[in-house]
Write a protein that binds this ligand. Sequence first.
Ligand SMILES: NC(=O)c1ccc[n+]([C@@H]2O[C@H](COP(=O)([O-])OP(=O)(O)OC[C@H]3O[C@@H](n4cnc5c(N)ncnc54)[C@H](OP(=O)(O)O)[C@@H]3O)[C@@H](O)[C@H]2O)c1
Length: 256
Amino acid sequence: MDLAAGLKGRHVLVTGASGGLGEHFARLCARCGAAVTVAARRKEKLDALVRDLLAAGAPEARAVSLDVADADSVTAAFAALHALHALPDVVVNNAGIAEGGAAIDVDIATFDRVIDTNLRGVWAMSTTAARAWRDAGRGGVIVNVASILGLRVAGGVGPYTVSKAGVVQMTQALGLEWARYGIRVNALAPGYIGTDINREFFETAPGQAMLKRIPMRRLGRPEDLDGAFLLLAGDASGWMTGATLPVDGGHLVSGL
Ligand SMILES: NC(=O)c1ccc[n+]([C@@H]2O[C@H](COP(=O)([O-])OP(=O)(O)OC[C@H]3O[C@@H](n4cnc5c(N)ncnc54)[C@H](OP(=O)(O)O)[C@@H]3O)[C@@H](O)[C@H]2O)c1
């Protein structure tokens, strides 16, 4: 089965597309022939990406200013797409932040920021999309970007692990409730992939030591996620919902 063909002619909305994995997913979808809506807070980055995508032959690309932690901003973004008759077929909940530190010293405002972005933001995006799909009498696809830290824990990233565990559970809860609407909800659980979110950490001695604990002994590259991403975003996963797929160089099965 040609996984890339599964996105041809679809419209994919990617949050957190102003850099890192979100930008990578947007470029991948465009190369597969999908129309792409890229969303994040830094609109100038999105506008530059849209120019790039169109220059590279993307069939359709647009940028939407969006703060996933602000429910009104999410509602406004979907209203703007609705007005353009551009309801997405696939929503990729990728926006995320990884603030943290030793749990004992993490203040409640930091905890709230991480949960509001990584967990509440996924809820706001997903429910807004699902209501729009239901009201339009059609189904849709949601791909959540969780993390292996939603399935196991590491020190110093408490709020992040809690948020991603919530995304894994949300994926199951929404998958259960929305199958009846033809809405599938699955999640990717990437291991460590080199992006802005962790660049500094992997330059430190603990970061280098962590790489040695990954069975495949290297940091992931964004393209390592492509197969699993295309599977979950396209029809090849037509009988999957509520699933979380780790892609991590074996990190989750590292020896104890
Ligand atoms: N890299 C990894 O090793 C790894 C591993 C597992 C999971 N993940 C997950 O993958 C996703 C992408 O991470 P990344 O590594 O690509 O990080 P990144 O390079 O730091 O990118 C994060 C993206 O999220 C956006 N974002 C942050 N807060 C937002 C908000 N409130 N509203 C809208 N957009 C927001 C940022 O854009 P703006 O600042 O412009 O809003 C940016 O585009 C995250 O959910 C992360 O937890 C990453």
